[in-house]
Design a protein around this ligand. Structure first.
Ligand code: ADP
Length: 401
């Protein structure tokens, strides 16, 4: 079965084509992967495409329209140096990462008109994502006709969190309004948990795990018996850990103060907390940890502070997940930072030495698809795992269809 997976961001759209069969459940590289990027030239989208056989191409198209961009990208599947199929009709199904599924969508679903309405109605809760997820779905309808499409929700894995973890201690009627903790990055947390169980040769039901998804967005999940029992993101992906340009949790009175004393509007607060905070806001350098780390190593005090706060909040978050779990069998790092930053993994682990959680300093230096980076004596396994959200979405399509 050939499955195309789409993952939409506010100014990007990632696509991957997988060949899947029921027998092989190990993650396989995509036959083809392509990305649209609108961030470089105004009015222009950059296309970059790569195949499993190492063929690649880069082009740019004058358009701001997502359907037009996707049309140009899908043409590279059937024409030119990166062609891997003869006709788009060979695609059996399309899976979409959808950020917010609200309370009603607790697992992946085949997309119909009602699902599209639900994704649209949840846009106020995920304004940067749900509208572009829907645009991707509608673009595929236009470009591929009535190929089956599946929505895989970032919130679904956390949908069964205990009430005490999911409820904000505000007025009771917040619950009636759907104001509760949903959690995000669910596909990644679930994939990593299942992969760790497989790699340890253990039953996931027997493991207590903390998965740390540290990318541009950062979140932790506490996983027991294969289920998320707590997570750091909440009503929106702004809650919890400090991130690239997002603040994570801050005292809500800061927002009241800024509104009253400095006349901030909701849109300005949104911009401030989502785009101008976190590593970028504190360091004044970048939302990218690599740039912040480089400035820190040259003695930049704001970069040092940004890094220190990032680590402090990560440790504090792991500590709170630990309390929700009541014990720990494995600590798992994933996402761009989790997979590629040995110093962050080391700093996070140092705080938990009292659990006899011991990082192997040498193993920690390597970046593989997956690696156990704990010492043999460590009471807790420590893993760095390359997350494969798109592959997990393709698996869900295969299962549903
Ligand atoms: P997204 O959350 O957008 O999917 P990624 O998971 O790719 O992003 O993570 C992106 C972040 O990963 C970058 O902003 C950067 O901070 C971090 N990162 C990537 N490679 C490294 C590295 N070698 N060292 C430290 N941080 C890295």
């Amino acid at each position: 079965m050939k499955i195309l997976v789409l993952n939409a961001g506010s100014s990007s759209h990632k696509c991957r084509l997988y060949e899947l069969n029921q027998q092989n459940r190990d993650p396989a590289p995509p036959l083809w992967q392509g990305q649209l990027d609108w961030t470089h030239q105004p009015g222009q989208v950059e296309l970059s495409v790569e195949t499993a056989e190492g063929k690649s191409q880069q082009t740019a198209v004058e358009t701001t329209d997502r359907t037009e961009g996707l049309k140009a990208l899908l043409e590279t599947l059937i024409e030119g140096p990166t062609a891997v199929i003869e006709a788009l009709g060979e695609i059996d199904a399309v899976g979409h990462r959808v950020v917010h599924g609200g309370e009603d969508y607790q697992q992946s679903v085949v997309i119909d008109a009602a699902v599209k309405d639900a994704i649209a109605s949840l846009a106020p809760l995920a304004p940067a994502h749900n509208p572009v997820n829907l645009q991707g779905i509608e673009a595929i309808e236009k470009l591929l006709g009535n190929v089956p499409q599946v929505a895989v929700f970032d919130t679904a894995f956390h949908a069964q969190m205990p009430e005490a973890a999911a409820t904000y201690p505000g007025p009771y009627d917040w619950l009636d309004q759907g104001i509760r903790r949903y959690g995000f990055h669910g596909t990644s947390h679930q994939y990593c948990a299942e992969r760790v169980a497989q790699l340890q040769g253990a039953d996931l039901a027997d493991l207590r795990l903390i998965t740390c998804h540290l990318g541009n967005g950062c979140s932790l999940a506490a996983i027991r018996q294969g289920r998320s029992v707590d997570t750091t993101m909440g009503f929106t992906p702004l809650d919890g850990l400090m991130m690239g340009s997002r603040s994570g949790a801050v005292d809500p009175s800061i927002l009241i103060y800024l509104q009253r004393q400095q006349g901030y509007t909701p849109d300005q607060l949104d911009q401030l907390l989502n785009k101008e905070s976190g590593l970028k806001g504190l360091s004044g350098i970048s939302n990218d940890l690599r740039a912040v780390s480089e400035a820190k190593s040259k003695g930049n005090p704001r970069a040092q502070l940004a890094y220190d706060v990032f680590i402090h909040r990560l440790r504090r978050g792991i500590g709170s997940m630990l309390a929700s779990l009541g014990g720990l069998d494995a600590l798992v790092f994933t996402g761009g930072i989790g997979e590629h930053s040995p110093p962050v993994r080391q700093a996070a682990c140092e705080a938990f030495g009292f659990l006899n959680l011991q990082l192997d300093a040498q193993a920690n230096q390597h970046t593989d698809e997956y690696r156990d980076i704990a010492t043999a004596e460590s009471a807790v396994r420590i893993w760095a795992i390359h997350t494969q959200e798109e592959w997990a979405i393709a698996q869900d399509c295969l299962r549903l269809l």
